[in-house]
Design a protein around this ligand. Structure first.
Ligand code: ZN
Ligand code: ZN
Length: 342
Protein backbone atom coordinates (compact mmCIF):
# COMPACT_ATOMS: atom_id res chain seq x y z
CA UNK A 1 0.00 0.00 0.00
CA UNK A 2 1.23 3.47 -0.78
CA UNK A 3 2.02 5.52 2.31
CA UNK A 4 -0.01 8.56 1.32
CA UNK A 5 -3.71 9.03 0.73
CA UNK A 6 -5.86 11.77 -0.67
CA UNK A 7 -8.02 13.58 1.91
CA UNK A 8 -10.56 16.37 1.59
CA UNK A 9 -10.26 18.72 4.57
CA UNK A 10 -12.54 21.50 5.82
CA UNK A 11 -10.34 24.35 7.09
CA UNK A 12 -13.16 26.74 7.83
CA UNK A 13 -16.34 28.20 6.40
CA UNK A 14 -16.28 27.78 2.58
CA UNK A 15 -12.70 26.51 2.73
CA UNK A 16 -12.19 22.91 1.59
CA UNK A 17 -8.76 21.69 0.47
CA UNK A 18 -7.52 18.41 -0.92
CA UNK A 19 -4.28 17.22 0.61
CA UNK A 20 -2.15 14.12 1.13
CA UNK A 21 -1.95 12.48 4.54
CA UNK A 22 -0.50 9.18 5.77
CA UNK A 23 -2.79 6.16 5.50
CA UNK A 24 -4.06 5.55 9.07
CA UNK A 25 -2.68 2.62 11.09
CA UNK A 26 -5.51 0.47 12.44
CA UNK A 27 -5.51 0.22 16.24
CA UNK A 28 -5.55 -3.27 17.83
CA UNK A 29 -9.38 -3.62 17.62
CA UNK A 30 -9.75 -1.78 14.33
CA UNK A 31 -9.96 -2.60 10.65
CA UNK A 32 -8.42 -0.50 7.92
CA UNK A 33 -11.00 0.14 5.20
CA UNK A 34 -10.51 1.46 1.68
CA UNK A 35 -13.42 3.85 1.19
CA UNK A 36 -15.57 3.17 -1.89
CA UNK A 37 -18.41 5.70 -1.50
CA UNK A 38 -19.52 8.37 1.00
CA UNK A 39 -22.84 10.17 0.99
CA UNK A 40 -22.81 13.95 1.48
CA UNK A 41 -25.24 14.86 4.25
CA UNK A 42 -27.03 18.04 5.23
CA UNK A 43 -24.92 18.18 8.39
CA UNK A 44 -21.72 18.17 6.26
CA UNK A 45 -23.20 21.09 4.32
CA UNK A 46 -24.00 22.85 7.58
CA UNK A 47 -20.39 22.58 8.81
CA UNK A 48 -19.20 23.86 5.43
CA UNK A 49 -21.60 26.83 5.52
CA UNK A 50 -21.42 27.75 9.23
CA UNK A 51 -18.40 26.03 10.76
CA UNK A 52 -20.53 24.62 13.56
CA UNK A 53 -23.68 22.72 14.49
CA UNK A 54 -24.88 23.82 17.91
CA UNK A 55 -22.15 23.05 20.42
CA UNK A 56 -20.00 21.21 17.85
CA UNK A 57 -17.58 23.81 16.51
CA UNK A 58 -14.88 23.30 13.86
CA UNK A 59 -11.78 24.65 15.64
CA UNK A 60 -9.14 22.73 13.69
CA UNK A 61 -9.06 21.26 10.18
CA UNK A 62 -11.76 18.59 9.94
CA UNK A 63 -12.47 15.77 7.50
CA UNK A 64 -16.23 15.58 6.88
CA UNK A 65 -18.24 12.56 5.68
CA UNK A 66 -20.09 10.03 7.84
CA UNK A 67 -21.93 7.85 5.32
CA UNK A 68 -19.16 5.54 4.10
CA UNK A 69 -18.89 2.11 2.54
CA UNK A 70 -15.66 0.32 1.75
CA UNK A 71 -13.56 -2.80 1.58
CA UNK A 72 -11.51 -4.19 4.48
CA UNK A 73 -7.82 -4.13 3.56
CA UNK A 74 -6.09 -4.86 6.89
CA UNK A 75 -6.83 -5.96 10.45
CA UNK A 76 -5.43 -4.55 13.69
CA UNK A 77 -3.52 -6.98 15.91
CA UNK A 78 -6.61 -8.17 17.84
CA UNK A 79 -9.26 -7.68 15.12
CA UNK A 80 -10.72 -10.93 13.84
CA UNK A 81 -14.29 -10.32 12.61
CA UNK A 82 -13.45 -9.65 8.96
CA UNK A 83 -11.22 -11.04 6.23
CA UNK A 84 -9.37 -8.71 3.90
CA UNK A 85 -11.57 -8.11 0.86
CA UNK A 86 -14.83 -8.06 2.83
CA UNK A 87 -17.19 -5.32 1.61
CA UNK A 88 -18.56 -3.36 4.54
CA UNK A 89 -20.83 -0.48 5.46
CA UNK A 90 -19.37 1.65 8.22
CA UNK A 91 -21.47 2.68 11.19
CA UNK A 92 -19.66 5.95 11.74
CA UNK A 93 -19.85 6.45 15.51
CA UNK A 94 -17.86 4.44 18.02
CA UNK A 95 -19.24 4.43 21.55
CA UNK A 96 -17.34 3.68 24.76
CA UNK A 97 -19.20 0.41 25.61
CA UNK A 98 -18.74 1.17 29.33
CA UNK A 99 -21.03 4.01 30.38
CA UNK A 100 -24.59 3.74 31.70
CA UNK A 101 -26.14 4.61 28.33
CA UNK A 102 -24.01 2.06 26.49
CA UNK A 103 -24.82 -0.59 29.11
CA UNK A 104 -28.53 0.16 28.67
CA UNK A 105 -28.23 -0.46 24.92
CA UNK A 106 -28.65 3.22 24.06
CA UNK A 107 -25.14 3.67 22.75
CA UNK A 108 -26.31 6.53 20.50
CA UNK A 109 -26.58 8.56 23.71
CA UNK A 110 -23.05 7.69 24.88
CA UNK A 111 -21.39 10.91 26.08
CA UNK A 112 -18.03 9.54 24.91
CA UNK A 113 -19.27 8.89 21.34
CA UNK A 114 -16.65 9.48 18.67
CA UNK A 115 -18.61 10.23 15.50
CA UNK A 116 -17.12 10.69 12.01
CA UNK A 117 -17.06 14.21 10.66
CA UNK A 118 -18.08 15.74 13.99
CA UNK A 119 -15.44 17.93 15.67
CA UNK A 120 -12.83 16.86 16.58
CA UNK A 121 -13.23 13.43 14.93
CA UNK A 122 -12.26 13.12 11.27
CA UNK A 123 -14.72 11.57 8.84
CA UNK A 124 -14.52 9.61 5.61
CA UNK A 125 -13.99 12.04 2.71
CA UNK A 126 -10.66 10.30 2.13
CA UNK A 127 -9.26 7.07 0.69
CA UNK A 128 -8.81 5.03 3.87
CA UNK A 129 -10.29 5.04 7.36
CA UNK A 130 -9.68 2.92 10.48
CA UNK A 131 -12.69 1.93 12.57
CA UNK A 132 -13.39 -0.47 15.43
CA UNK A 133 -14.11 -3.76 13.74
CA UNK A 134 -17.59 -4.26 15.22
CA UNK A 135 -18.79 -1.01 13.62
CA UNK A 136 -17.92 -2.34 10.15
CA UNK A 137 -20.94 -4.33 8.95
CA UNK A 138 -20.55 -6.90 6.17
CA UNK A 139 -22.85 -6.27 3.23
CA UNK A 140 -24.20 -8.67 0.61
CA UNK A 141 -23.35 -8.43 -3.10
CA UNK A 142 -26.92 -7.23 -3.76
CA UNK A 143 -25.98 -3.83 -2.34
CA UNK A 144 -23.97 -1.35 -4.40
CA UNK A 145 -21.15 0.63 -2.79
CA UNK A 146 -23.30 3.74 -2.90
CA UNK A 147 -26.30 2.01 -1.36
CA UNK A 148 -24.04 0.65 1.39
CA UNK A 149 -22.99 4.21 2.25
CA UNK A 150 -26.62 5.29 2.38
CA UNK A 151 -27.37 2.68 5.03
CA UNK A 152 -26.39 5.51 7.39
CA UNK A 153 -29.31 7.82 6.54
CA UNK A 154 -31.52 4.73 6.19
CA UNK A 155 -30.64 3.87 9.78
CA UNK A 156 -31.93 7.29 10.83
CA UNK A 157 -35.20 6.58 9.03
CA UNK A 158 -35.54 3.10 10.52
CA UNK A 159 -34.80 4.43 14.01
CA UNK A 160 -37.51 7.09 13.61
CA UNK A 161 -40.06 4.47 12.53
CA UNK A 162 -39.11 2.28 15.49
CA UNK A 163 -39.45 5.20 17.90
CA UNK A 164 -42.88 5.98 16.44
CA UNK A 165 -43.90 2.31 16.71
CA UNK A 166 -45.03 2.24 13.08
CA UNK A 167 -46.87 -1.04 12.51
CA UNK A 168 -49.30 -2.65 10.07
CA UNK A 169 -52.19 -0.26 9.51
CA UNK A 170 -50.38 2.87 10.72
CA UNK A 171 -51.32 6.17 9.10
CA UNK A 172 -48.09 8.13 8.81
CA UNK A 173 -47.45 11.77 7.98
CA UNK A 174 -43.91 12.53 6.83
CA UNK A 175 -43.01 16.20 6.55
CA UNK A 176 -40.02 16.75 4.27
CA UNK A 177 -39.07 14.64 1.22
CA UNK A 178 -35.31 14.97 1.46
CA UNK A 179 -33.14 11.85 1.77
CA UNK A 180 -34.30 11.15 5.35
CA UNK A 181 -37.95 11.69 4.50
CA UNK A 182 -37.62 9.36 1.51
CA UNK A 183 -35.97 6.54 3.48
CA UNK A 184 -38.48 7.06 6.30
CA UNK A 185 -41.28 6.74 3.72
CA UNK A 186 -39.95 3.45 2.38
CA UNK A 187 -39.35 2.08 5.87
CA UNK A 188 -42.86 3.02 6.99
CA UNK A 189 -44.32 1.00 4.10
CA UNK A 190 -41.94 -1.88 4.86
CA UNK A 191 -43.15 -1.80 8.48
CA UNK A 192 -46.74 -2.13 7.24
CA UNK A 193 -48.07 1.44 7.28
CA UNK A 194 -51.24 1.49 5.20
CA UNK A 195 -51.13 5.20 4.46
CA UNK A 196 -48.09 7.45 4.14
CA UNK A 197 -48.65 11.10 3.23
CA UNK A 198 -45.48 13.02 2.39
CA UNK A 199 -45.29 16.82 2.28
CA UNK A 200 -42.67 19.11 0.75
CA UNK A 201 -42.41 22.21 -1.42
CA UNK A 202 -40.32 20.44 -4.09
CA UNK A 203 -42.55 18.73 -6.67
CA UNK A 204 -39.71 16.54 -8.01
CA UNK A 205 -39.00 15.12 -4.59
CA UNK A 206 -42.71 14.47 -4.05
CA UNK A 207 -42.78 12.53 -7.33
CA UNK A 208 -39.90 10.39 -6.06
CA UNK A 209 -41.77 9.88 -2.77
CA UNK A 210 -44.76 8.48 -4.70
CA UNK A 211 -42.43 6.27 -6.73
CA UNK A 212 -40.95 4.93 -3.50
CA UNK A 213 -44.22 4.06 -1.82
CA UNK A 214 -45.94 7.19 -0.50
CA UNK A 215 -49.70 6.68 -0.84
CA UNK A 216 -50.21 10.43 -1.08
CA UNK A 217 -48.21 13.66 -1.36
CA UNK A 218 -49.00 17.26 -0.64
CA UNK A 219 -47.13 20.20 -2.16
CA UNK A 220 -47.41 22.65 0.71
CA UNK A 221 -46.33 25.54 -1.49
CA UNK A 222 -49.76 25.16 -3.17
CA UNK A 223 -52.05 23.47 -0.64
CA UNK A 224 -52.15 23.66 3.11
CA UNK A 225 -51.74 20.65 5.33
CA UNK A 226 -54.22 22.03 7.86
CA UNK A 227 -57.02 21.73 5.27
CA UNK A 228 -56.18 18.14 4.35
CA UNK A 229 -58.62 15.47 5.55
CA UNK A 230 -55.76 13.13 6.48
CA UNK A 231 -55.64 12.27 10.18
CA UNK A 232 -52.34 10.57 10.93
CA UNK A 233 -51.52 8.58 14.04
CA UNK A 234 -47.80 9.03 13.48
CA UNK A 235 -45.75 12.07 12.47
CA UNK A 236 -42.16 11.71 11.31
CA UNK A 237 -40.99 15.32 11.09
CA UNK A 238 -38.11 15.40 8.60
CA UNK A 239 -38.15 19.04 7.43
CA UNK A 240 -36.55 20.76 10.40
CA UNK A 241 -38.79 23.78 9.81
CA UNK A 242 -40.38 24.90 13.12
CA UNK A 243 -43.70 26.06 11.63
CA UNK A 244 -44.02 22.81 9.69
CA UNK A 245 -43.37 20.76 12.82
CA UNK A 246 -45.98 22.67 14.84
CA UNK A 247 -48.60 22.44 12.12
CA UNK A 248 -47.97 18.74 11.65
CA UNK A 249 -48.25 17.98 15.39
CA UNK A 250 -51.65 19.70 15.26
CA UNK A 251 -52.78 17.20 12.60
CA UNK A 252 -52.14 14.16 14.80
CA UNK A 253 -55.19 12.27 16.00
CA UNK A 254 -55.75 11.15 19.60
CA UNK A 255 -52.80 9.34 21.20
CA UNK A 256 -50.73 10.29 18.17
CA UNK A 257 -46.96 10.05 18.20
CA UNK A 258 -44.60 12.71 16.85
CA UNK A 259 -40.94 11.94 16.21
CA UNK A 260 -38.81 14.99 15.46
CA UNK A 261 -36.01 13.98 13.11
CA UNK A 262 -35.27 17.10 11.06
CA UNK A 263 -32.74 19.58 12.39
CA UNK A 264 -32.86 23.31 11.87
CA UNK A 265 -34.94 25.36 14.25
CA UNK A 266 -33.68 25.35 17.82
CA UNK A 267 -37.21 25.69 19.18
CA UNK A 268 -40.71 25.02 17.93
CA UNK A 269 -44.05 26.39 19.14
CA UNK A 270 -45.81 23.41 20.74
CA UNK A 271 -49.64 23.28 20.36
CA UNK A 272 -49.97 22.49 24.03
CA UNK A 273 -53.73 22.09 24.37
CA UNK A 274 -53.74 19.55 21.55
CA UNK A 275 -50.75 17.69 23.01
CA UNK A 276 -52.49 17.55 26.39
CA UNK A 277 -56.07 16.87 25.34
CA UNK A 278 -55.11 14.17 22.85
CA UNK A 279 -52.17 12.74 24.83
CA UNK A 280 -49.77 13.29 21.95
CA UNK A 281 -46.29 11.83 22.47
CA UNK A 282 -43.44 14.00 21.23
CA UNK A 283 -39.88 12.71 21.11
CA UNK A 284 -36.60 13.48 19.41
CA UNK A 285 -34.16 11.08 17.79
CA UNK A 286 -30.39 11.15 17.93
CA UNK A 287 -28.73 8.93 15.31
CA UNK A 288 -29.56 5.24 16.06
CA UNK A 289 -28.49 2.17 18.03
CA UNK A 290 -28.38 -1.49 17.00
CA UNK A 291 -30.10 -0.69 13.74
CA UNK A 292 -27.61 -1.62 10.98
CA UNK A 293 -28.68 -5.27 10.61
CA UNK A 294 -32.30 -4.17 10.05
CA UNK A 295 -31.25 -1.49 7.59
CA UNK A 296 -29.09 -3.96 5.65
CA UNK A 297 -31.95 -6.47 5.51
CA UNK A 298 -34.42 -3.85 4.23
CA UNK A 299 -32.05 -2.61 1.54
CA UNK A 300 -30.75 -6.03 0.48
CA UNK A 301 -34.28 -7.43 0.36
CA UNK A 302 -35.38 -4.67 -1.99
CA UNK A 303 -37.92 -3.18 0.43
CA UNK A 304 -35.92 0.04 0.45
CA UNK A 305 -34.28 1.39 -2.71
CA UNK A 306 -31.23 3.47 -1.81
CA UNK A 307 -29.70 3.70 -5.30
CA UNK A 308 -32.77 5.67 -6.41
CA UNK A 309 -31.72 8.49 -4.07
CA UNK A 310 -28.31 9.04 -5.69
CA UNK A 311 -28.53 11.87 -8.21
CA UNK A 312 -24.96 13.25 -8.30
CA UNK A 313 -21.44 11.80 -7.97
CA UNK A 314 -18.16 13.57 -7.27
CA UNK A 315 -14.50 12.67 -6.72
CA UNK A 316 -12.43 13.54 -3.64
CA UNK A 317 -11.17 16.68 -5.41
CA UNK A 318 -14.77 17.78 -5.83
CA UNK A 319 -16.11 17.58 -2.26
CA UNK A 320 -16.88 21.29 -2.29
CA UNK A 321 -19.17 20.73 -5.28
CA UNK A 322 -20.82 17.81 -3.51
CA UNK A 323 -21.53 20.13 -0.56
CA UNK A 324 -22.89 23.02 -2.64
CA UNK A 325 -24.75 21.32 -5.50
CA UNK A 326 -28.05 21.25 -3.61
CA UNK A 327 -28.04 25.04 -3.36
CA UNK A 328 -27.68 25.34 -7.16
CA UNK A 329 -29.80 22.47 -8.47
CA UNK A 330 -33.22 21.45 -7.16
CA UNK A 331 -32.99 18.02 -8.81
CA UNK A 332 -30.48 16.92 -6.17
CA UNK A 333 -31.61 14.26 -3.75
CA UNK A 334 -28.29 12.77 -2.68
CA UNK A 335 -24.77 13.60 -3.79
CA UNK A 336 -22.18 10.89 -3.21
CA UNK A 337 -18.40 11.22 -3.08
CA UNK A 338 -16.64 8.33 -4.80
CA UNK A 339 -12.90 8.43 -4.01
CA UNK A 340 -11.95 6.64 -7.24
CA UNK A 341 -14.43 8.58 -9.36
CA UNK A 342 -13.56 9.32 -12.99
ZN1 ZN B 1 -25.98 12.32 7.86
ZN1 ZN C 1 -20.74 4.88 26.41
Amino acid sequence: MSDGMKVSVLYGVHDVRTETRPVPEPGPDEVLVRVTAVGACGSDVHYYEHGRIGDFVVKQPLVLGHEPSGVVVANGSRARLHEAGQRVALEPGVSCSRCAQCKAGRYNLCPEMRFFGTPPIDGAFCEYVALREDFAHPIPDALSDEAAGLLEPLSVGVWANRKARVAPGSRVLITGAGPIGLVATQTARAFGASEVLVTDVNARRLAVARELGATGTLDVSRESLSESAFEPDVLLECSGVPAVASGAIRKLGRAGRAVLVGMGGDEIPLPLAHVQNSEIEVTGTFRYANIWPTAIALAAGGEVDLDRLVTHRFGLDEVEQALTIASRDDSVIKAVVVPRHG
